[in-house]
Each structure stands twice: as structure tokens, then as C-alpha cells.
Design a protein around this ligand. Structure first.
Ligand SMILES: [Ca+2]
Ligand SMILES: [Ca+2]
Length: 200
């Protein structure tokens, strides 16, 4: 392993000319995170070499935190709130409790039921609420104002397995700076975490 990262990007950036450069670094957090898998380097955001960015993998599928049709929107048409900034974590292990903790460039933790100064809010906390109904998605999105520039820290934490068999596979979709990407993350043991930092 040459790069200490815990997630691998999937999909391709979309609408590469629509925003500033997206700088990505992936960090292993503490607390029992297992050995990371190698990851492909992020594709350059030069806006000139992305002719294939419009290639879609299929029609938009709901609940997978992936921009399947490569239109820049993650899980659109699925009843989820969307925003110019959006971070969406999805996992299929119904009883596993995974938390998506987003800290915005102001250093504010984005919480359910409240809009932060950055305009971000969170509208789902799974699997704890009945709205999840076995489809575990946590959705952080820009509800008000313009996207705030700076670094966004996205932490995925496995609170409990809930009887599910590890590892818990989590997909994290991120829309920021006019691009959408998805990352695969595996969480092995309770309290293990991965942190992804996105800057634009
Ligand atoms: Ca889409
Ligand atoms: Ca999708």
C-alpha cells in the first residue's frame, strides 16, 4: 500500500467547466480504522481532458449515492433534497448505524434540523428514524445561499453493526464545485472512521 487512503473514487466528474478546482485528500481517521485499500488518484480538473465525462453508467438509480446518469446530480428524482453542495452517504446493511458527519469550512458540524451559517443542513439520520425504512441514506445539502469556499471534512463513522456482518460498505457521493464523485468506503469495526477532505 503506497497511499494511506480509505476510500476509492468511483464515477467520473461531471460538468468539469462549471466550477473551481476540486482538491481531494483522503485521510485515515483514528479509532480502529482498518488498513486502507489503494485508491486511484483523482482525475485532473483541467476541463480539457474530460470529454468522456458525459458517459453515463445508466439511468439514475435511487439510494446508491451515485450520480448514475452523470448529470451532476446525485440520486435526483428520488425524493431527496438536492443542493449545489451535497454529501450523501448510503449503505445497504439495514441495521448498521453509520453516521455521516460533515464539518463545513466554518468548522461547524452539520446537524439534522438546523441550517448552519454555511447554509448546509442535514435531513436524514439513519437507521434511527422511521423514514429510512431499511434504505439507509444520510443527506447533507446546501439549503440556503451560495456554496461556501474552503475545506469540507466528511467523516464516516460506524457507530454499531446492529448485528450486520462486517465490513459495512458505504458509498459517499459528493457534489462540490460543479463536480460530482462517489467513493466506496468499508467500515470494519464499531467506532471505525474514515475522513475525506474536499476543498474548493
Ligand atoms: Ca444523476
Ligand atoms: Ca443514484
Amino acid at each position: 500500500m503506497t497511499r494511506p487512503v480509505g476510500a476509492r473514487p468511483r464515477g467520473r466528474p461531471t460538468r468539469p467547466n462549471a466550477g473551481p478546482a476540486l482538491v481531494l485528500c483522503l485521510l485515515l481517521a483514528a479509532c480502529g480504522a482498518k488498513q486502507a485499500r489503494p485508491a486511484a488518484a483523482p482525475e485532473p480538473e483541467d476541463g480539457a481532458s474530460l470529454a468522456s465525462a458525459a458517459i453515463a453508467t445508466g439511468p439514475e438509480a435511487c439510494g446508491n449515492a451515485i450520480d448514475d446518469n452523470q448529470n451532476g446530480l446525485i440520486d435526483e428524482g428520488c425524493g431527496l433534497a438536492l443542493g449545489l453542495v451535497q454529501f450523501l452517504a448510503g449503505w445497504s446493511a439495514a441495521k448498521a448505524d453509520v453516521d455521516l458527519r460533515v464539518v463545513d469550512p466554518n468548522g461547524d458540524l452539520i446537524e439534522v434540523g438546523r441550517v448552519a451559517r454555511s447554509g448546509l443542513t442535514k435531513d436524514r439520520d439513519c437507521p434511527g428514524r422511521s423514514e429510512c425504512q431499511g434504505k439507509n441514506l444520510e443527506n447533507v445539502y446546501l439549503a440556503e445561499g451560495e456554496p461556501l469556499k474552503g475545506e469540507y471534512r466528511l467523516r464516516l463513522r460506524l457507530e454499531s453493526l446492529g448485528g450486520e456482518t462486517p465490513p459495512i460498505h458505504v458509498t459517499l457521493g459528493a457534489r462540490l464545485g460543479g463536480t460530482s464523485r462517489s467513493y466506496d468506503v468499508e467500515l470494519e469495526t464499531p467506532e471505525s472512521e474514515r475522513e475525506i477532505r474536499l476543498k474548493f
